[in-house]
Structure formats: structure tokens, C-alpha cells
Design a protein around this ligand. Structure first.
Ligand code: GLP
Length: 246
């Protein structure tokens, strides 16, 4: 079962999820173990990363023993491309905290062998002991990561073609839709569902329709976010608009 928390606004949601993440990092540190975090990109988690950076600077939250795995990466974008998700993570989190780069994993969009790279990504997650917590956004197609419809429950990290809706939505970052890559590498639905906790963030009225579908439809590959209903510890963090209340 997934649960829902409706926050006052996106900032309040970011503060709450950052507090959960900080608690996991500190608890793992006390036990002498690395916290393993699954991270997301897009505009939605930006306030979360700002709050984590604030906790690092002002409240001594150290990322020195944190290991991260990002959900996805565009195919064909090098790490230093301004729209690559590696670049996004560097800008918004990694360069602003004390995480060793070797502890950060983002699928390699430039790989010549996607199947091998995706297999190695899965193995790295397993070798790290699995994901303690996965942060998710949601796309208007119902995608989580880049698991576009149809994405089955047993899918693993793999190369996927991007939906036209997604390419159009993400064209705001690229300037025009023709510049948006046609494919990506993404963690699979099964990989995501194996995280011990999942925190999905969705804000604004533009997400209300897909949030409603994700919560109310029976789990199905046509709306991949519906698979989250099967997770024992998944929370949807909404604002009034995405919850349909505003
Ligand atoms: C992107 C990402 C997803 C993200 C989603 C929503 O394309 N691949 O991981 O959750 O689409 O993006 P946004 O937060 O900008 O609405």
C-alpha cells in the first residue's frame, strides 16, 4: 500500500523528505554503514536538493559515507552536457556537499553497450546492499524514472525510447523538442520496487490527473506509477494542487 501526505506547499514537502533522508544517513553513519540513496532529476526535486545542501552547510549533515544511484540518463548526452542528468546532479547536489564522486552513480548515456552498462548498474546497486530510499518524481505519461508506458513490473535497468509527451514536456530545458534525445537509460520498475522506502514527489495542478491515475487505477503497465501501490513503504508527497484539492 502506498500512503499520501498532502503538504502545505512544495517547500514543506521538501523539508519533510530531506528530514527523512537525513535521519537515514545519520542512522547508517552511527551503525558504521553507508546510506544508499536513489535519486531523481527534473524540476520537482530541486527544493529537496536545496534543503539537503542547507542541512549539510548549517546542520553538519555529512554525505561522506553516502552512496547514490540516479534513476536515469539521456542517451547520447555526455556528463558535461548542460541537460545531462549527471550535470544536473553535479550542479544541484554533488558539488555542494562532501560526497566522494566515486560514490555517485548515474547511468552512462554515452555507453556503446547499453545492455552491459545497465547490467553493471544493477550489480552496483546490489553490491551496495540495495537502495535504502528512492526519491521519485512522476511524468505526465505515468513514468517513474524513464519507465514509459508500457513498462512491466519486472523490468530492470535498460535502454528505453522516450514518449513524445515526455520529449515535449522536457523540451523546455532543451529549447526545442528536436534537441531532446529519443532514448534514455533507466532503472527498471522492479529495481525501483526493491528500494526499502520510496518517496514520490509531485507538485502543481499539472500533475493532479496523473497522480489520481497512479493512485486509483489497478496496477498496470500502461501507467507505470501504479506499480507503486504494491510497495509496502511508498509515500506520495503532494501539495494541494497535485492532490486535486486546489
Ligand atoms: C523526467 C525524469 C523523471 C521525472 C519526470 C518529471 O523526465 N526522467 O525522473 O520524475 O520527468 O519531471 P518534472 O519533475 O520536471 O515534472
Amino acid at each position: 500500500m502506498s500512503s499520501v501526505v498532502i503538504h502545505r506547499d512544495a517547500q514543506a514537502a521538501a523539508v519533510a523528505v530531506a528530514a527523512d533522508i537525513a535521519a537515514i544517513i545519520r542512522e547508517r553513519n552511527r551503525a558504521g554503514r553507508a546510506a544508499v540513496l536513489g535519486l531523481a532529476t527534473g524540476s520537482t526535486p530541486l527544493p529537496l536538493y536545496r534543503e539537503l545542501v542547507r542541512l549539510h552547510r548549517e546542520e553538519n549533515l555529512s554525505f561522506a559515507h553516502v552512496v547514490t544511484f540516479n534513476l536515469d540518463e539521456y542517451e547520447g548526452l555526455p556528463a558535461d552536457h548542460p541537460q545531462s542528468y549527471r550535470h544536473y546532479m553535479e550542479q544541484n547536489l554533488f558539488s555542494q556537499v562532501d560526497i566522494p564522486r566515486a560514490s555517485t552513480h548515474v547511468p552512462d548515456g554515452m555507453t556503446g553497450d547499453p545492455a552491459a552498462a545497465c547490467g553493471a548498474f544493477e550489480k552496483a546497486i546490489a553490491d551496495a546492499g540495495g537502495l535504502d530510499l528512492q526519491v521519485l518524481g512522476i511524468g505526465r505519461t505515468g513514468h517513474i524514472g524513464f519507465n514509459e508506458p508500457p513498462s512491466a513490473k519486472d523490468t530492470r535497468t535498460r535502454r528505453v525510447a522516450l514518449d513524445d509527451v515526455t520529449r515535449k514536456d522536457n523540451s523546455v530545458f532543451f529549447g526545442d523538442v528536436a534537441s531532446v534525445p529519443r532514448a534514455a537509460l533507466t532503472m527498471g520498475v522492479a529495481t525501483i520496487l526493491e528500494a526499502r522506502r520510496i518517496e514520490l514527489l509531485a507538485f502543481g495542478s499539472g500533475k493532479a490527473g496523473i497522480v489520481r491515475r497512479a493512485r486509483n487505477e489497478s496496477p498496470n503497465a500502461g501507467c507505470p506509477a501504479t506499480w507503486l501501490q504494491l510497495h509496502p513503504a511508498c509515500t506520495f508527497h503532494l501539495d494541494p494542487a497535485s492532490s486535486g484539492q486546489a
